[in-house]
Design a protein around this ligand. Structure first.
Ligand SMILES: N[C@H](CCC[C@H](N)C(=O)O)C(=O)O
Length: 261
């Protein structure tokens, strides 16, 4: 039996189990145990699990697992929550530099519960008659709809995620509706295999497809089931974007101990 001291965070309803692994005390964690811990009936319950790992060259290193227990690509809301946790643990000075699966990130705190996360540049956006496809640290299929609340996100998202083109690697699927002066985004997440209340890399992808053609800075307010985010970025070319920031709340919900086999 193994004891785990964990912290439960959420960022606009995308929720995570976080463990401080800077001493390597949880290096024994298996994929099956991650899946068990994320189970909403038999475990703590979360969309994903993250380890705060030591790094020689950065304030910390981020390791992210989807709730299916498998290590995944970049998680934007997770990166924001992990930065908030590292800050709570006294890491850095309010500005944090960390390394994740998709490269280096900067995170700045606005108060204890608001994190601005710099995302990787986007150097290509596929545009079809009914969709966009781009990678913001994770792969995202983006589809604009007339009424985002009426979409059967689970079934329609699942159909696209498992279609002939995407079945092997999977993709996240975002349904988008222009909303007030921004957009409303709902997401089916790969590796959760369900709709989540918010998906940071998905919100970032959707906001980029919402930008006009002018090469300038954009600020896009994004509404999700779990709350409001803001995506800031510069269009630098026909299909290229940089200086991309995902900004929003990241909150500690509870802290606890759990024993697993
Ligand atoms: N499910 C995603 C990773 C987590 C993305 C999401 N939670 C975010 O905030 O970016 C994938 O496997 O590509």
């Amino acid at each position: 039996m193994q004891q785990i001291h964990f912290y439960k965070y959420q960022g606009t309803g995308n929720d995570f189990v976080i463990m401080d692994n800077r001493q390597g005390q949880y290096d024994w964690l298996t994929n099956e145990q991650v899946n068990e811990l994320c189970d909403r009936r038999f475990g703590i319950g979360a969309d994903g699990l993250m380890l705060l790992n030591k790094s020689e060259d950065y304030d910390f290193a981020m390791k992210y697992y989807n709730s299916d227990g498998r290590e995944s690509s970049m998680c934007g809301n997770g990166g924001r929550c992990l930065a908030a946790f590292a800050h709570k643990m006294g890491v850095g000075d309010g500005n944090l530099y960390f390394i994740a699966v998709d490269g280096e990130h900067e995170a700045t705190m606005d108060g204890e519960n608001w994190v601005n996360l710099k995302m990787q540049d986007v150097d290509f956006v596929e545009q079809g008659p009914l969709h966009y496809y781009l990678n913001t640290g994770s792969p995202h299929f983006v589809k604009y709809v007339d009424d985002v609340q009426a979409v059967d996100v689970f079934n329609e998202g699942r159909q696209i995620r498992y279609n002939e083109r995407f079945a092997a690697e999977g993709t996240n699927v975002n349904f988008v509706q222009p909303f007030e002066n921004g957009i409303f985004v709902r997401t089916y997440e790969r590796g959760v295999e369900d709709e989540t209340y918010s998906c940071g890399t998905g919100v970032t992808a959707a906001a980029i497809t919402f930008a006009g053609k002018e090469e300038k800075e954009y600020v896009v307010p994004v509404q999700t089931l779990g709350g409001q985010l803001e995506v800031r970025f510069t269009r630098t070319g026909e299909r290229t974007f940089s200086n991309i920031w995902l900004c929003g709340p990241a909150t500690l919900v509870f802290e606890g101990q759990i024993t697993i086999g």
